[in-house]
Every structure is written in structure tokens, then in C-alpha cells.
Design a binder for this molecule. Sequence first.
Ligand SMILES: *[C@@H]1O[C@H](CO)[C@@H](O)[C@H](O)[C@H]1NC(C)=O
Ligand SMILES: *[C@@H]1O[C@H](CO)[C@@H](O)[C@H](O)[C@H]1NC(C)=O
Length: 354
Amino acid sequence: LKKALLVRLFFVLLILYMCFCTGTQNVLSTTGNSEIQYNLTKEMYTGCEIVMGNLEITMMEHTRDFSFLQSIREVTGYILLAVNEFSRPPLDHLRVIRGTTLYENQYALAIMVNYQKDGQHGLQELGLTHLTEILEGGVKIIQNKYLSYAPKVNWLDIVKDGSAHIMIESNGPDSELEMSTNCHQLQLTKTVCAPQCNGRCFGRNPSECCHIECAGGCTGPLDTNCFACRNFNNSGSCAPQCPQTLIYNKHTFKLEPNPNAKYQYGSICVAQCPTNFLVDGSSCVSNCPSDKMEVEKNGVKRCEPCGGLCPKGVCLFSTAASIVNLKKYLHLIYILYEILMSSCITNLEILDSK
Ligand SMILES: *[C@@H]1O[C@H](CO)[C@@H](O)[C@H](O)[C@H]1NC(C)=O
Ligand SMILES: *[C@@H]1O[C@H](CO)[C@@H](O)[C@H](O)[C@H]1NC(C)=O
């Protein structure tokens, strides 16, 4: 009994150590008064390290304490800070914005109109001291009356997509004057790396490049030294894919089940999909695609091809219709996913260690 308790405690601590939360999709609409909104925001992000969705903070007074944002290391969607009065968002540990969803369909980081209408409060600092990578989408920083150094950040260095739009306009008065000084210049980003390095390094020498699977920088050359992973995190090393379910046996010329297979769950490899998720091939999905149906095998829920017509109720759309309705359908899946993931703590670590 004692051992079981210790094991449990260990897992609880592990879960608390690496916390996930879902983020929001409100854009500029609020769900109630500012106090309720603040309480909800605080509840959602306290202890959160990876926001699986968007981080949106809007219409907050200067008196609110946002220190709970300190824990966030990664945001998979976009960040929107709009119509707030605080002077500095404490996102000091944020390293990567993935931009899997974009604000106004093009921005991974949008910071807009953050000042008090009839007062002297407002955004003065970006506080994004460790942001080194925006994987998709651009940056929009406009009409922050008291923010004076945004243009000095080398955004082209942080934004990975060369064609992404960068819009820095109508911010604080000194912004144009101080453009040449590099007070907020981030260290060891693309501009100081040796040309061999593919843009990320931990020193200036050609031998000090980050591993190709790293995102946001690294502390050394290995795939285990990355700040974040470009593709998948497989128990701490960054990999282009998770260990596949079938592996090729050179001697028998056959594909054989891989005993160490893992499933992709967001950008993480897990040995088992979380509760409420289904196994579809090598991924954890919240719903089966329209040509597959849900079956339970050995206690694991999977999506299997229907073999002809899918039973009614399982397939919502015919294949042709589903292509037309894909966007709507994805949105539904996303809402479902948000509901299922609405608790900040998942049992991911337990799953991974199994
Ligand atoms: C917000 O949280 C504070 C502190 O937990 C509490 O005192 C207050 O009543 C909450 N406000 C609302 C509107 O829920
Ligand atoms: C990968 O996940 C582990 C937990 O499984 C975490 O401790 C580590 O920081 C993650 N690594 C990266 C690069 O995100």
C-alpha cells in the first residue's frame, strides 16, 4: 500500500510539474464583466506551461495582477493582448509561439490598443524576454501609446515564415528615434549564428549549432538540448516523428508491430492517448474521420475503416460533403477538444511513462 501511494504521489508531482491548458477563442468579445473574466483567466493559466490553443488577454485594468502568466513556455495558437491597461505582461518564460491558429488569419502575435483612454496607464514593455521563435504567422503591434521599443526587436529574426506580415505602427513616441539601438536585441538568434547553423545556435562558432529538430534555441548540440521542439517531443528529445506503430524488418521483409510505438498528441509523443481521445493510425484524435467508425479493441478506442457504408450516426457527412464542410467540422472537433481538455491538468505524464 505504501509503495502504491508513493507511486501515486510521484505521478501527481510529475503532472503538476508539466501542466497544460487549452486557451481561448474569444477574440475581442468578453464573456462577462472584467472581474469574472479575470478570475476565469487566472484559473485557466495558473501553473500552465503549454497553452494548447490561444492566449487571449483583453480589456483588463492596470490594477490586475498577471504574474500567473510567468509559467507559460509555449503557446500553440496565437497571442492576443488588446485594450488592456497594464504596463507589462509577465511572459518572461515564453519561448515559442507555434501559430497553428492565427489572429485575423495572419498574426501569431497581436498587441493592440493597450492604453487607458482617459488616464496615464498602458503597456510600456512587451516582457517577451525569451521569445525566440514564431513558427507560423506574423506580428501586429499597433496603437500602444506608451510602448516605445517594439520596433527595435528584430522580428524578422524571430518570425520563421519569411512571407509573414509584420506590422508595427502608431506606438509610443520614441519608437522611430531609438530604432538603431539594440536594447532589447535577443541573444543568439539567426543574425549571430554561423551560416552553417540553419538559424539557431548556442554560440557563434560553426560547431555550436542547435540540432535541426530544435525550435526557439538550445543549450547544446543534441536533440535533447532544445528549448522547444520543431515537430515532436519524444520523452525529452525532439524528433521529426513519433516512434511508428509498424517497423520494417530487414530480415523477414515484413512490417512488424513496434513494441515502442507512440502516438502523436499535439506536439508530444505519448505511449497511450489521453482519456476521451481515440487512436487513429499513429495519432490521438478527438473524433473519427467520416470514413471510419469508433471501435473498442482490448480496452483501447480506435478509429477503424467502415468497409463500405458507415453506420448512421457515426458518419456525419459523406466524403464529398465532408470536404465542403471540412472547416465547420474541424471547428466542431476543436470545440469538443476544448471541452474535453477544459481541465488544466491532464494525465499525460502517466500515459507517457506506461
Ligand atoms: C474573483 O476571485 C476573487 C478571489 O478569489 C473573489 O473574491 C471574487 O469574488 C471573484 N469574483 C467573481 C465575480 O467571481
Ligand atoms: C519534452 O517533454 C518533457 C516531459 O515529457 C519536458 O520535461 C521537456 O521539457 C520537453 N522538452 C521540450 C524541448 O519541450
